[in-house]
Design a protein. Structure first.
Length: 372
C-alpha cells in the first residue's frame, strides 16, 4: 500500500517558477504575445499587463552622458603658447652637432679596428644629430608686429606674440600672422542714396588683427573677408542716407560727415568681429553724384543756393526799408503820405534787390500837379 508523502508532514517538493504569460520556454518574452490585449474579467477588473522595459545602462542615461556644448560651440579663441628662449636651444643644438661629429669620428676609428664599441658610438652620433635637427626645427623667429600660430596635427595649441627667437615643440606647425595696422581702401562704388539718386562713394578702413586664432580658423581668408564686409557696410550706409538734404533735421552724407563716418566705423566693426579684427577708424574718401545726373544735380544745387541767397537779400532789404522810413518820419525830414510811402518802399526794394545797378530818374509830374 502506497502512502502519501504529505501524510508524514514532509514539505512538498519545490515547484519551478512559472514563466510570465507570453514567455518562451527559454526564458525570453514573446513580443507578439505581449502586444495582444488581455480580455476583460467578468467582474470588470483587468489584470495588469506585463510589458518589457529596457534596462538603463550603467552610468546614467545617454542624455546625461552627452557632452553639453556651450553656445559658442567649438569656436577657437586665442591663447598664449608656452615657449622658452631660442638661444639656449641653438647653443644646445650646436653642442649636440659637435658631439655627434666627435662620436662619429671615434666610431669610425673603432669600427675600422673591428671593435663593437665603434658601432655603438656611430648609433649614438646619429641620435645626437637627429636631436640637434629637432632643436633647430623647434626654433622660430617672431618679428615685431607679427605673431606665430602653433598647431599640432590640426589642433590649435596657442599663439606666440613675444618677439625674438623662441623655442617651441618641434612637432608644431607654425603660421605667421601680421598684427600690424593695415589700410583697406574700397573701390569707387556706384549706389543709390536714400532719395534714389545714383552716387559714387568710396571709403578707407583702418583695421588690425586682434585675435589670431579667430582670423585663421573662423573665416576662410580674413583679408578678403574684411574687404568684402567693408564694401558691404559702405553700400548700406550710402543707401540709408541722402546725398544732401534741405531739411535741417535730416542727416545727409555731405552735411553730416562726422556722424556718418562714426556709424560706418561701428557697422564695419560689427561685421568683421567674427574674424578677430578690430576697426580703428574709417573715413569716406570720395562722394559725388554719378556722371549721368551730375549736371542736373549741379543745376539743382545752384538753384537752391540762388533761392537761399535771394531770401537772405529780401529779408535784409525789408529791414533796411523799414529803418529808412522810421528815421525819415522820426526826424521830421518830410511828411509822407500813404502814396509817397508806397513809392519809397517800391523804389528802395528795386534798388536793394536788383541784380544790376539802379538808374536814377527824376519825376516832375507830381511837382506840376502840386503847382497847379
Amino acid at each position: 500500500m502506497t502512502q502519501n508523502p504529505n501524510q508524514h508532514g514532509s514539505p512538498p517538493p519545490p515547484q519551478p517558477p512559472q514563466p510570465p504569460p507570453g514567455a518562451h520556454p527559454g526564458g525570453h518574452a514573446d513580443p507578439r504575445r505581449l502586444q495582444q490585449p488581455v480580455p476583460d474579467q467578468p467582474n470588470g477588473s483587468q489584470q495588469p499587463q506585463h510589458q518589457w522595459q529596457p534596462q538603463q545602462p550603467l552610468g546614467g542615461s545617454p542624455a546625461r552622458r552627452r557632452r553639453i556644448a556651450s553656445p559658442e560651440g567649438e569656436r577657437v579663441r586665442e591663447s598664449p603658447a608656452g615657449g622658452v628662449s631660442g638661444y639656449f636651444a641653438i647653443v644646445g643644438a650646436v653642442i649636440l652637432l659637435l658631439l655627434a661629429l666627435l662620436l662619429a669620428v671615434f666610431g669610425l676609428i673603432m669600427t675600422a679596428a673591428q671593435a663593437v664599441v665603434g658601432i655603438i658610438l656611430i648609433v649614438v652620433a646619429v641620435l645626437c644629430f637627429i636631436a640637434a635637427m629637432f632643436m633647430f626645427k623647434g626654433c622660430t623667429s617672431v618679428a615685431p608686429g607679427n605673431a606665430v600660430v602653433l598647431q599640432l596635427y590640426g589642433r590649435y595649441v596657442g599663439t606666440v606674440r613675444q618677439s625674438g627667437l623662441r623655442f617651441v615643440n618641434p612637432l608644431y606647425s607654425k603660421i605667421q600672422v601680421s598684427t600690424r595696422i593695415r589700410n583697406h581702401e574700397t573701390s569707387t562704388l556706384k549706389v543709390n542714396d536714400l532719395d534714389g539718386n545714383p552716387i559714387e562713394i568710396g571709403a578707407v578702413v583702418v583695421w588690425q588683427v586682434q585675435d589670431t586664432a579667430q582670423a585663421l580658423f573662423e573665416v576662410d581668408d580674413f583679408e578678403e573677408f574684411v574687404a568684402i564686409q567693408a564694401e558691404t557696410a559702405v553700400r548700406h550706409i550710402a543707401n540709408s542716407y541722402a546725398y544732401d538734404s534741405s531739411e535741417p533735421n535730416r542727416m545727409s552724407l555731405r552735411d553730416n560727415a562726422d556722424e556718418i563716418t562714426s556709424k560706418l566705423s561701428n557697422e564695419v566693426a560689427a561685421r568683421v568681429a567674427a574674424a578677430g579684427v578690430t576697426v580703428i577708424e574709417s573715413r569716406i574718401t570720395q562722394l559725388a553724384y554719378a556722371a549721368e545726373i551730375a549736371r542736373a544735380m549741379l543745376q539743382r544745387q545752384q538753384a537752391t543756393a540762388v533761392v537761399a541767397a535771394r531770401q537772405l537779400i529780401v529779408e535784409g532789404a525789408v529791414g533796411m526799408v523799414e529803418t529808412a522810413i522810421e528815421q525819415i518820419e522820426g526826424r521830421g525830414i518830410v511828411k509822407l503820405g500813404q502814396l509817397e510811402r508806397s513809392d519809397l518802399v517800391s523804389n528802395l526794394m528795386i534798388v536793394l534787390c536788383g541784380d544790376q545797378a539802379a538808374q536814377p530818374t527824376i519825376s516832375t509830374t507830381r511837382n506840376q500837379e502840386s503847382g497847379n
